[in-house]
Design a protein around this ligand. Structure first.
Ligand SMILES: NC(=O)C1=CN([C@@H]2O[C@H](COP(=O)(O)OP(=O)(O)OC[C@H]3O[C@@H](n4cnc5c(N)ncnc54)[C@H](OP(=O)(O)O)[C@@H]3O)[C@@H](O)[C@H]2O)C=CC1
Ligand SMILES: CC1=C(/C=C/C(C)=C/C=C/C(C)=C/C=O)C(C)(C)CCC1
Length: 318
């Protein structure tokens, strides 16, 4: 059987782990998954979840997306150095007022979320072009389309990813290559816990009172509720992504959360860009009145966008 070689980054937890397991357990055994992580000391959870696929359709390798040598070594160790599907998933979050963040912290986010993808592509694209075959799948975010309060740098890193892929997609087409951006809304993973814990530790002494109050009493206070009401599981994202990589004509963009889509649609509905910003403003500053109403509104609006989500017709989150 001609099995496709899939390489996934950031498989020690969350979406990467769920993706590796889902694809390795493909019913038709169509894939051999190279599940990579920067620290092999964290492989236990994946090994346990992989079960019988370990050493058969799932192989664990070291890869740090911030280290070119580690990327080269990992790609060189693949059978014939060939890769059919890259899933660029490794990433990190950052929340808070920019006055309280160092440039170093911001660079780490850009280095991982954006340059991590660029480093991977520099390594694998030439061979994919030569063979005129390959699929590049990128775990982006709804924040690659629409920024969210206090996620300035994280959203910028995902916008960078989207701009990069949008530009690259035209060239890719010329070589018969596919690029797909997966755009989840909130997903309940370590990401949520890390961002929450780090957010709670933010030293707000450099922020003015209004900003500090907005971050603590609006953003952080409602953070967990957002994940509880909108959050998907990493397995949901893995299921969506598995469908994307098994399609003959995979889409360039795919949002996984029908509940969130109305918020991103606002952006396309108003070329002036005011509609999403006004709507977010109301959600944030009139949140006592409209916060729960907004969530209900999103749920009501969902049926309108459901049609464009034929892919999750049978598996939509509730
Ligand atoms: N959770 C969410 O709400 C959403 C997440 N996303 C995106 O999904 C992706 C996965 O995040 P998620 O599973 O939620 O979060 P997790 O924190 O659970 O997983 C992130 C993974 O990325 C890895 N990673 C971080 N830096 C590097 C690096 N330099 N090299 C290799 N691996 C690295 C982490 O490894 P380690 O354990 O060593 O730190 C970990 O395996 C990210 O790109 C994120 O932006 C998108 C939308 C929503
Ligand atoms: C907490 C919070 C908000 C929304 C947060 C959201 C929607 C977070 C999404 C996170 C994602 C998608 C992360 C990964 O990419 C609002 C609505 C601004 C109101 C104020 C409090």
């Amino acid at each position: 059987m001609n099995q496709k070689i899939v390489l996934i980054t950031g498989c020690s937890s969350g979406i990467g782990l769920a993706l590796a397991v889902r694809i390795a357990k493909d019913e038709k055994k169509r894939f051999i998954v190279y599940a990579t992580m920067r620290n092999l000391g964290k492989a236990e959870a994946l090994m346990e979840a992989a079960g019988r696929t370990l050493g058969r359709t799932l192989v664990i390798k070291q890869l740090d997306v911030c280290n070119e040598d580690s990327i080269k070594a990992c790609v060189a160790s693949l059978p014939d150095g060939k890769l059919d599907i890259l899933i660029s998933n490794a990433g990190m979050g950052l929340v808070g007022p920019i006055e309280c963040q160092s440039i170093e912290e911001m660079k780490a986010v850009m280095d991982t979320n954006f340059f991590g993808l660029v480093r991977l592509l520099k390594e694998i694209l030439p061979d994919m072009k030569k063979r005129k075959s390959g699929h590049i799948v990128v775990i982006s975010s709804v924040m690659g389309i629409q920024g969210i309060l206090f996620n300035d740098v994280y959203a910028a890193s995902k916008f960078a990813v989207e701009g990069f892929c949008e530009s690259m997609a035209v060239q890719a087409l010329r070589f018969n290559l596919n690029i797909s951006l997966i755009e989840p809304g909130p997903v309940v993973t370590e990401f949520e816990h890390k961002v929450y814990e780090e957010g709670m530790k933010t030293d707000l002494s450099k922020a003015d009172k209004v900003t500090a109050d907005m971050f603590t009493n609006i953003y952080m206070k409602n953070f967990k509720q957002i994940y509880e009401s909108l959050g998907q599981t990493p397995e949901d994202i893995a299921e969506h992504t598995h469908k994307i990589i098994t399609m003959d004509n995979p889409p360039f963009r795919h949002q996984t959360n029908t509940l969130y889509t109305p918020m991103t649609t606002l952006k396309y509905a108003d070329p002036n860009g005011d509609l999403p910003i006004d709507t977010f403003y109301k959600m944030v500053f009139e949140h006592d009145k409209v916060f729960n109403a907004s969530l209900n509104f999103l749920k009501l609006l969902r049926w309108r966008t459901r049609k464009s989500f034929a892919i999750d017709k049978d598996k939509s989150n509730s």
